[in-house]
Ligand binder design. Structure first.
Ligand code: CTP
Ligand code: MG
Length: 215
């Protein structure tokens, strides 16, 4: 199997959650970052981007830390700069529950294609509000919600980041940058339990799931 570097952007300030730097918020018996480190303990290396004013926590020998950048994409660029794996998995520290079957699908698919991301369907009615009122409804079956981890050949992601930097282009995930290269990104089924802890009410869901989750 290819060597795998897991890149964890954890340098955000967690403004929407309102509990300080999100990676250090506790759910169950672990911080969000500790949940993710435990889930990827098998990887050849794990690189974590932290906020500039945060001291790196104690971690296993395969874990290293860098200082993150102003935007998520800047943090990932810094993680990527020192990564050595043939395959990189980019995973938000804000998604504590990593479903092993999804990681398995990603690694299988990336080995064949060089780029793979997990998606889930849109469960609710999807609309475009107009001035705070009900606007046109979109056909939700045509859309998907994109999760992490996202898997790439390291060289493909490096080229995508280089192009984005040259164009001054920012995106909310890696797959958009890889697609901008003209490189096809495969989709694999994700899992709703890999939701991103973003708003205060997400913490209640995370606490409930943590009580029965085995990493
Ligand atoms: N992230 C990062 N560097 C940044 C901004 C975000 O490494 N400059 C990371 C976050 O730590 C998180 C992931 O990117 O693990 C997804 O970002 P998000 O959920 O938006 O987290 P925050 O930026 O911390 O939250 P908010 O936007 O509410 O401030
Ligand atoms: Mg953010």
């Amino acid at each position: 199997m290819a060597t795998v570097s897991v890149l964890i952007p954890a340098a955000g300030s967690g403004v929407r959650l309102g509990r300080g730097p999100k990676a250090f918020v506790r759910v169950g018996d672990k911080t969000l970052l500790e949940w993710v480190l435990a889930a990827f303990a098998w990887a050849d290396e794990i690189r974590v981007a932290l906020p500039p004013d945060v001291a790196p926590p104690k971690a296993a020998a395969n874990v290293s830390f860098v200082t993150g950048g102003g935007e998520r994409q800047d943090s990932v660029a810094r993680l990527l700069a020192g990564a050595r794996g043939e395959v990189v998995l980019v995973h938000d520290a804000a998604r504590p529950f990593v479903v092993p079957e999804v990681t398995g699908r990603l690694l299988e698919t990336v080995a064949l294609s060089g780029a793979a991301v997990p998606v889930v369907s849109v469960p609710d009615t999807l609309i475009e509000p107009e001035d705070g009122r009900y606007g046109p409804a979109l056909d939700r079956s045509r859309y998907a919600l994109v999760q992490t981890p996202q898997a790439f050949f390291r060289e493909v992601l490096a080229e995508a980041h280089q192009l984005a930097r040259a164009r001054g282009h920012y995106a909310t995930d890696e797959a958009q940058l890889v697609k901008m290269l003209g490189y096809p990104v495969e989709l694999v089924p994700g899992d709703r339990r890999m939701f991103k802890v973003t708003y205060p009410e997400d913490l209640a869901l995370a606490e409930a799931l943590a009580a029965s989750w085995r990493v």
